[in-house]
Design a protein around this ligand. Structure first.
Ligand code: ADP
Ligand code: ZN
Ligand code: ZN
Length: 818
């Protein structure tokens, strides 16, 4: 009987592909193993075996596989089930999920491969448009093949671009099939066999009397070996003997020492050994823990709502401890940006070597190592801490899933597909493993809180800060009024200024929050009102004073600051609005003695950029930290007594149904950075609308009020949580084609769904990198089947794609768009 396998290829094609295998191969091949298979005329792909069976494909003759790449499955059955769910739910292909789930090094391919050069920090602004596209693609996908590069830049001959990228050190090229992952080898030394006995050693030392340094090395090695059975690293010996690598090498060359290698893990923890006692919980934490466990007992996903600094982490720690004691794995998901050394070292104190971290800033090698450790349920991978992609790891016995800061919108992947929400996908994963699932936040998303309110989720709360520290005192300052009275110093109200003075006098620190980077969002001509636009995107350029440039925040385009208006030639140009850069500058002028730092996308680009600023602030090398929403995320600074919000209105005016919820969350989170120790913190929020409902709710910590109001509005306007939304984006470089295509599609949708289709509409920035964009939003009532709706959309897409003119239009689905 003939044997076949179905293989998932990491490409955006709907189907899995059938290949024929031999009888022998059928005996060893299992789902989850990798095979190299031919595809199309001449390509070779790595695919994941999805099933082994005996049904020949109907439409084509099955090809044979090229090579078996694994001895055992690197993807397990639960993962395959989970990934299928992701593909179906988020309307993408299984291949796209595989591409996003597996570390790039697992997906070997023939042909020339383009890799990101990770040795260099790239300044995106130095890249031309086509170069940037490749660079950007390499952020999502660690390897690109030449023809994929062609598709990305829409050009056949891409070698000149690759040449430029090579010169700029953005990429490296690799040829042919190769195993990219190389475990790191560590050099160890031991005494050569013939010197092993005591007499021989003495002989040896005598012979070295004229080479004191060499004999010092031998002695040290002897001492080290006496102390412990552990292999001795060259670097260790170098240190303990106080000599150099050269001298050790001489001894190796002479055959006195023997050098050998052991495969080790790159991702290791080299702190003190683990297991400090976990902290005793206070009564409020204890009560929350009891509630959580009782909800777990009913197999409910559970929400822990605890005010900032209430000690949620210590509650997680207890749950993790129990989970690990049972021999199960725990997954702790965090927004990327909250994944700081601060938190990690806190957890390492308790769990030491049992922790593995899975992070986008880790290189391919490090990720493969974590993958393997989890796959083999190694002791050093019992607690996995990571951002959203950590939920793709090959867990075999997951006992607990924690999603911290569950309200964070960065849990939703935006681009490329799968556009999944890591919180929701992690819940599905948890269910597959029958694991306990806990969502934590001080400001839960309206969805999650709704689920808790309606009893779908369990609920626990902590309403007090740990150690009876008071919640910060909040104050709204009317900047319209202050401007009228001429009390503003730049963008600082008198209130804020005085508070800052006071705080600095006390030797405490200050955080200033402004949700825009750069110096000023707009440059405007005072004569004709023109403001310079990006040539590639429909958006105004942002003024960056530091570089004396106008920059586009969508495509990186930049030009030198113009001396006169492009439109009328007038030299009277002015800036409008303000960003972090301007605030930093003003603060420095207002408080010349204070040390000021800035944390935004511009100052945190490097691998450790973010970490460095946090550390400097933590160690009080800085008095004032100016930042974008980066400063709001879960940081625990001890000495911050004042938080200033420069302008709350820019948050409120965002054109999105979540703007109010987000404003509440953001302002509450940033306020939570103040006064985390004994002294009561203060928060000053500057606004033109001090009577705005949301701002009042923030200052009164009235989450309930915010929730009720938002829920009511969402009900009225048919938004989540009572409805689901699917957003469809159309993308094309020709304006007319795009319009026609979007109209055609929405027309077809309307005749299917009636009134629940919105659009097509242009987004606020309707052209990015010379591609026009248009959106359609579909609202699906909970009573209707979401699966049915998706099937309908798919059918429409099929007819759509059969129209020749629309074939080049990209159709992008975003299910549960947020
Ligand atoms: P949250 O995550 O809710 O904002 P954290 O877990 O960061 O709060 O706790 C705030 C601070 O209180 C931390 O510095 C933490 O070490 C301390 N803390 C919390 N719970 C305890 C406890 N049970 N015993 C001692 N210190 C605690
Ligand atoms: Zn002008
Ligand atoms: Zn642009």
């Amino acid at each position: 009987m003939a044997n076949f396998i179905n293989v998932i290829l990491p490409i955006p094609l709907e189907l899995s592909f059938t290949y024929s295998i031999t009888e022998e191969e059928a005996k060893i091949l299992q789902p989850g193993m990798r095979v190299a298979v031919p595809f199309g005329k001449s390509k070779i792909y790595t695919g994941i075996i999805f099933s082994v069976h005996q049904n020949p494909p109907e439409a084509y003759e099955a090809k044979e596989i090229h090579e078996i790449l694994d001895d055992y499955p690197i993807v397990n059955a639960n993962q395959l089930k989970h990934w299928e769910w992701i593909a179906t739910y988020y309307m993408c292909t299984l291949g796209e999920v595989v591409r996003s789930a597996l570390p790039g090094a697992f997906l070997l391919e023939s042909e020339t491969l383009v890799l990101r050069n990770t040795e260099y920090e790239i300044d995106e602004s130095e890249l031309l448009d086509d170069e940037f596209l490749v660079f950007e693609a390499l952020q999502h996908q660690s390897i690109l093949k030449v023809h994929e590069v062609s598709a990305i830049v829409e050009r056949k001959n891409v070698l000149p671009i690759l040449q430029r990228l090579l010169e700029k050190k953005v990429i490296v090229l690799k040829e042919e099939v190769y195993e990219q992952y190389k475990p790191k080898l560590v050099r160890y030394v031991k005494l050569g066999e013939e010197h092993a006995s005591d007499e021989k050693l003495e002989e040896l030392l005598n012979s070295l009397t004229r080479a004191p340094k060499q004999s010092q090395v031998v002695l040290s090695l002897f001492q080290l070996q006496a102390k412990s059975q552990k292999p001795i690293k060259v670097s260790e010996l170098e240190k303990s003997s106080n000599t150099s690598k050269a001298i050790i090498k001489t001894l190796v060359d002479k055959g006195i020492l023997e050098e050998y290698f052991i495969k080790t893990d790159r991702v290791s923890y080299d702190g003190e050994s683990d297991n400090s006692e976990t902290k005793d919980l206070n009564e409020f934490q204890e009560a929350a823990l009891v509630d959580i466990k009782s909800a777990f007992g009913e197999n409910k996903v559970t929400l822990l709502k605890g005010v900032t600094s209430s000690g949620k982490t210590e509650v997680y720690v207890k749950l993790i401890e129990e989970c690990l004691d049972k021999g199960l794995q725990a997954l702790y998901l965090l927004p990327e940006i909250a994944l700081t050394t601060q938190l990690i070292s806190r957890l390492q104190e308790y769990f030491g070597e049992k922790i593995a971290i899975y992070h986008s800033k880790y290189n391919v090698q490090e990720r493969v190592e974590v993958w393997q450790n989890v796959l083999q349920s190694k002791p050093k991978a019992q607690l996995i801490i990571g951002a959203r992609s950590a939920m793709y790891l090959p867990f075999s016995k997951l006992g607990l899933v924690i999603v911290d800061e569950e309200h964070e919108s960065s849990f939703k992947q935006f681009d490329p597909a799968p556009r999944y929400h890591a919180r929701d996908a992690a819940i599905v994963l948890g269910h597959l493993h029958k694991a306990n699932i806990l969502l934590g936040s001080a400001t839960p998303s309206v969805e999650t809180y709704h689920n808790a309110q309606t009893g779908k989720y369990g609920y626990a709360e902590i309403t007090r800060r740990y150690g009876n520290v008071l919640m910060p005192e909040m104050e709204l300052v009317d900047i319209k009024e202050e401007s009228r009275k001429r009390k503003m110093k730049g963008h600082f109200s008198e209130r804020l200024f005085l508070e800052m003075e006071e705080t600095l006098k006390d030797g405490a620190q200050i955080i200033l929050f402004q949700n825009r980077r750069g110096f000023a969002p707009l440059m405007e001509c005072l004569t004709c009102g023109h403001s310079p636009q990006c040539p590639n995107c429909d958006v105004s350029l942002t003024y960056h004073q530091y570089r004396n440039q106008l920059r586009c925040h969508y495509c990186g385009h930049h030009t030198a600051l113009p001396e006169s208006c492009f439109a009328c030639g007038s030299s009277e140009l002015d800036t409008k609005g303000f960003g972090t850069e301007q605030i930093e500058k003003e603060v420095t002028a207002l408080f010349p003695d204070a040390k000021v730092g800035r944390m935004d996308l511009d100052t945190t680009r490097g691998k450790h950029g973010y970490e460095k600023i946090i550390t400097a602030f933590e160690q009080q090398e800085l008095d004032i930290l100016v930042g974008t929403q980066m400063v709001t995320k879960g940081l625990d600074f001890r000495n911050v007594n004042l938080v200033g919000v420069m302008n709350a209105d820019s948050l409120l005016n965002f054109p999105d149904y979540r703007a109010h919820e987000r404003t509440y969350q953001l302002l509450t989170q940033v306020s939570g950075r103040a006064g985390r120790t004994k002294k009561r913190g203060r928060v000053v929020i500057q606004t033109y609308n001090p009577y705005h409902q949301i701002l009042k709710q923030v200052t009164n910590s009235d989450y309930e009020g915010m929730y009720k109001e938002q829920l009511y509005e969402r009900e009225q306007f048919k938004y989540p949580p009572l409805n689901r939304i699917i957003k469809i984006t159309f993308k094309h470089k020709n304006y007319n084609v795009l319009n026609e295509a979007a109209d055609w599609f929405s027309g077809a949708l309307r005749s299917n769904f009636g009134g629940t289709v919105l659009g097509p509409e242009y987004p606020p920035v309707a052209r990015i990198r010379n591609q026009y964009l248009k959106h359609i939003v579909i609202k699906v009532q909970k009573v209707h089947s979401l699966a049915q709706t998706k099937a309908n959309i798919r059918r429409i897409e099929k007819s759509f794609k059969s129209v020749a003119m629309y074939r080049g239009v990209r159709v992008i689905y975003n299910v549960d768009h947020i």
